[in-house]
Write a protein that binds this ligand. Structure first.
Ligand SMILES: NC(=O)c1ccc[n+]([C@@H]2O[C@H](COP(=O)([O-])OP(=O)(O)OC[C@H]3O[C@@H](n4cnc5c(N)ncnc54)[C@H](OP(=O)(O)O)[C@@H]3O)[C@@H](O)[C@H]2O)c1
Length: 253
């Protein structure tokens, strides 16, 4: 029977991918460094592995038909991690790697995005069957930006930046479909159903959470912020008719 390995299957996105794979009757292995604290669906195999170590990566992907790559360090160490996964896949029957990237990694010059772009290149040149799905910011990330400021008298947001946040469940649905299909290279981006200025979402967040603090847009300098203001993180044409930010906040009180 085919085996789908979900690296980072305990993370925000990976958890949802695992749930949907299991619901679709797939055989699933979850990989992460820390012992999981429960919450994995019944029947899922768990392998504790640090993908920064080549030997661990070999164990993680052994026997896989598909590897859905959701593990991330949110930093430059994603590159060595991906090298290990790719090398392990080469010597483990050459499974199809489905990778999750971010819309605008080629246009927004920040370190993490450069690392994600480098991972895309490694995959494209790996000689392995591969698919890359870029997604816009998750609702969780936008909400976290505001949550982190919960003790501040104002909510600060970068001025003029629009986002198109997407629900991780909608991204997971797309990834499960890709994992079921043939390797497709870079596929059309996925974004949430609505584009809003961060300022508007901060106001909405306040309304839904019962807060009354002012929202303070701040003009931030630099090439990355210019790219964000120019909309390099958006894909209005590739929006999914999924959960919008209001519905997300309602579900996550
Ligand atoms: N957040 C966004 O808005 C957004 C938007 C578009 C795309 N994405 C992409 O979506 C993907 C998933 O993001 P996420 O927010 O779900 O991440 P997350 O919640 O931080 O989860 C990361 C996962 O990776 C695992 N991990 C980290 N380092 C590891 C290592 N060395 N070995 C094995 N496992 C490791 C973590 O488990 P342990 O800590 O237990 O190892 C965890 O399960 C990333 O590729 C990200 O770039 C995110």
């Amino acid at each position: 029977m085919s085996l789908v390995v979900v690296t980072g299957g305990t993370g925000t996105l990976g958890r949802r991918v695992v749930e949907q794979l299991v619901a679709a009757g797939r055989s699933v292995r979850v990989v992460s460094r820390r012992p999981h604290r429960g919450g994995l669906p019944a029947g899922v195999e768990f392998v504790r592995a640090d993908l920064q170590r080549r030997g661990d990566a070999d164990v993680a992907v052994a026997g896989a038909t598909v590897v859905v790559q959701c593990a991330t360090t949110y930093g430059r160490r994603d590159v060595p991690l991906a090298r290990n996964v790719i090398a392990a896949c080469r010597s483990a029957g050459r499974p199809h790697i489905v990778d999750v990237s971010i819309v605008g990694v080629d246009r927004i010059p920040i370190f993490y995005y450069r690392a994600k772009l480098e991972v895309e290149r490694l995959l494209a040149n790996s000689g392995l069957p591969w698919t890359v799905q870029r997604a816009t910011q998750f609702h969780d990330l936008v909400a976290r930006l505001f949550d982190l400021q919960r003790r501040s008298p104002v909510i600060v947001v970068p001025a003029g930046v629009r986002v198109q946040p997407v629900d991780v469940r909608d991204v997971a649905t797309r990834l499960v479909r890709l994992a079921d299909g043939a390797p497709a290279g870079r596929v059309p981006d996925i974004g949430g159903p609505e584009v809003h200025e961060l300022r508007e979402l901060a106001v909405l967040y306040q309304r839904m959470r019962g807060g009354r603090r002012p929202v303070l847009p701040v003009g931030l300098p630099g090439a990355a912020m210019r790219a964000f203001r120019a909309g390099a993180n958006l894909v209005p044409g590739d929006a999914v008719a999924g959960t919008n930010f209001t519905a997300y906040l309602t579900k996550h009180p």
